[in-house]
Design a binder for this molecule. Sequence first.
Ligand SMILES: [Zn+2]
Ligand SMILES: [Zn+2]
Ligand SMILES: [Zn+2]
Ligand SMILES: [Zn+2]
Length: 496
Amino acid sequence: MEELQKALNEKNLSVSTNPEKGRCLFTTHDFAPGEFIISENPYVCVPSKNKESAGLKCEWCFSSKNLKKCSSCHVVWYCSSYCQKLDWKMHRVECQCLSKVEGERVKYLTPSIRLMVKLCLRRQLEYDKCHRQLQAGGGLGISYPLVFLLARHCAFLDIMTHVELFDFNWFIHQDMADIDEKQLVLYAQMANLVNLILQWPDSEINIKEIAENFSKLACNAHTICDSELIPHGTGLYPVISIINHSCLPNSVLVFEGRLAVVRAVQHIPKGTEVLISYIETAGSTVTRQKALKEQYLFSCTCSRCIKLGQFDDIRESAILEGYSCKNGECSGFLLRNSDGTGFICQQCGLLRDKDDIKTITTEVKLMSEKASMFLSAGRYAEASAAYMMIEKLQMKLDHPFSVNLMRTRETLLKAHAWFFCVYPRFHPLLGLQYYTSGKLEWLLGDTEEAVKSLTKAWDALRITHGTKTPFMMELASKLEEAHAEASYKLRPRNDY
Ligand SMILES: [Zn+2]
Ligand SMILES: [Zn+2]
Ligand SMILES: [Zn+2]
Ligand SMILES: [Zn+2]
């Protein structure tokens, strides 16, 4: 711990303990917006295997191109001998274990199981005094005991006690409100599996320790995302774990490959706590608190959360998760009216009928089922079309700045990306995507971007749609209009 404190001091940071939050990371000088605060390589990490990022990934850099299997274990993949070399110190020991996993059992090597196997192996390497080698490259002096010492939030203490009870008695006490009984059974089963893969003699590490580690990992492992926030893997970043959560954070955590990087997003004066958000911040206070409670087992008391129920908070929540005004031109937010027959616009006073909302909601639900069915069947063109329909419906239903709408657009973009992975050739949907983005940018007042998107749409669509169809004529006139507006906006001020 002292070693870590020293390393952090050199980076103008320090760790302190707060009775409510546990460990906190503080600045010891001013940080400007965008300034680098700290970075950390994972203690251990594994690529993910979820549906969204279908297929395999390089064990070291998460790339999915030019992959080759490790010739001894046939489990791990690399994009190059360069990545394989970098991973070798860790994989050398892992490979021996993985090679012994036979036949059907290979399918049990899920990312969480593999992460735990790696964690146990790294612990062993340290005990064998090999860890100096592993930390080459100027680490922060993180060791296995420190990984868990730094594990975030006191809620773990509860879990640990529960696991202990579980282990000694093999039955569940009734007072275990916080953690699911099924979850504990699962952790024990997973621990057994890890033990089976490791094939270590009993004395090396016991199942109880592994099960405990699983419970701690559940809250401490970070999802490694790329710059487009697509998840690529899971890793343990003990120092980053010290950083606490705020729904109005002053810093942001991003990943550059496997490296976790924290940057300031606003001016952080000397002596301020560094705060990042663990969850999607674009959500109502109730939604955010629910997510934090479920995933991280704590109740947030940040400056945004303490406003729960105040006017500002109600307005924000209604914009993020509420309905749009019946008058499409009005951007007011809606609140439920007193007799429960509908929602009233707080700006123009128009009533939006409950039944109207219900009808569109049902349509969205049906279309969403269809869309995800298409997606899982790999029918990306149909999925894209379905998500476009959902977007249209949601534009009628939700506030223009709603999170639902944002999510649909995100999925739509991904569906397009997948579509183009499968059919790399040109397709009209790409043009339509540009068209939609262009219209949106225009709506949001970014005329210049709108012109760019609409031009791309025009270039793409004229090939598939010709130039004389009514749809294309409409696009042409929109583009012209946007052009005019953009050049008007760009005119120097002294012109008028
Ligand atoms: Zn690689
Ligand atoms: Zn191997
Ligand atoms: Zn909060
Ligand atoms: Zn209104």
